[in-house]
Design a protein around this ligand. Structure first.
Ligand code: AMP
Length: 231
């Protein structure tokens, strides 16, 4: 991905954290706040599955059982998305990628010449994410997030687009347990990868969305204010 090195730009961020840590919600907020490109591999797979493409059918087989989609498929998809989307040149936030050590190493190659600014680990205790996921509901069309304690206004139809709001097929107890195990096994090494690179930051994400978002913005702004990069 070529870089316009001298042009002002937004941050290049990766969001890490367990399922239910709030990566998706915070990525959308960061996208709006910094006007940067957002890439969610989970959303890409769900869109492809809804459209019935070959990629979508293949990914769905893994996703619904709580497995990770194989690295070569995910890496190919991310490479393609970052290459075709010019907006990524002005900063981006990656949600749900990288999730394995190999994906992290490949991302470094894809970003050759314009490295990440920060990898932010959204810290939430496992008991809290289990509670969040059990009550999580999503719009079957646009992916907007709800919770049984915070439902849409009208009878489980989405406030944003009016489609049905449902439980994700991979939010069943069995799939959730597998995803948490896989997180420990596959994604903790990614945190190590970024610690070694000196760009890892932690944010306590066990509070309300708004509070966590404030912490994230303070972190990102202080990083840029410190003169590490020109915004
Ligand atoms: P998410 O919406 O980020 O929780 O992703 C939903 C599911 O998509 C995950 O549980 C995985 O099955 C799959 N997935 C998303 N991103 C990746 C990735 N980077 N590597 C492998 N599988 C992924």
């Amino acid at each position: 991905m070529p870089d316009a090195a001298t042009e002002p730009r937004g941050p290049r961020l990766v969001l890490l954290g367990k399922q239910g840590a709030g990566k998706g919600t915070q990525a959308v907020r960061l996208e709006e706040h910094y006007r940067i490109f957002r890439l969610s591999t989970g959303d890409l797979f769900r869109d492809a599955a809804a459209a019935g493409t070959e990629l979508g059918r293949e990914a769905k087989g893994y996703i619904d059982r709580g497995f990770l989609v194989p690295d070569d498929i995910v890496i190919g998809l991310v490479r393609e998305q970052l290459a075709i989307d010019d907006r990524a040149q002005h900063g981006f936030v990656l949600d749900g990628f990288p999730r394995t050590r190999q994906q992290a190493a490949e991302l470094d190659k894809i970003l050759d010449g314009c490295p990440l600014d920060l990898a932010v680990d959204l810290d939430v205790p496992t008991e809290v994410v289990l509670q969040r996921i059990a009550g999580r509901r999503v719009c079957s069309n646009c992916g907007a997030n709800y919770h049984v304690d915070n439902p849409p206004e009208h009878n489980w139809t989405c406030d944003v687009c009016g489609h049905e709001v449902v439980q994700r097929e991979d939010d069943t107890p069995e799939a959730v347990m597998r995803r948490l195990e896989l997180y420990e096994m596959k994604t903790l090494p990614v945190i190590q990868h970024y610690r070694r690179a000196g760009i890892l930051a932690h944010v306590d994400a066990s509070d309300e969305t708004e509070e966590v978002f404030k912490r994230l913005v303070e972190l990102v702004d202080s990083y840029f204010d410190a003169g590490s990069r020109a915004l």
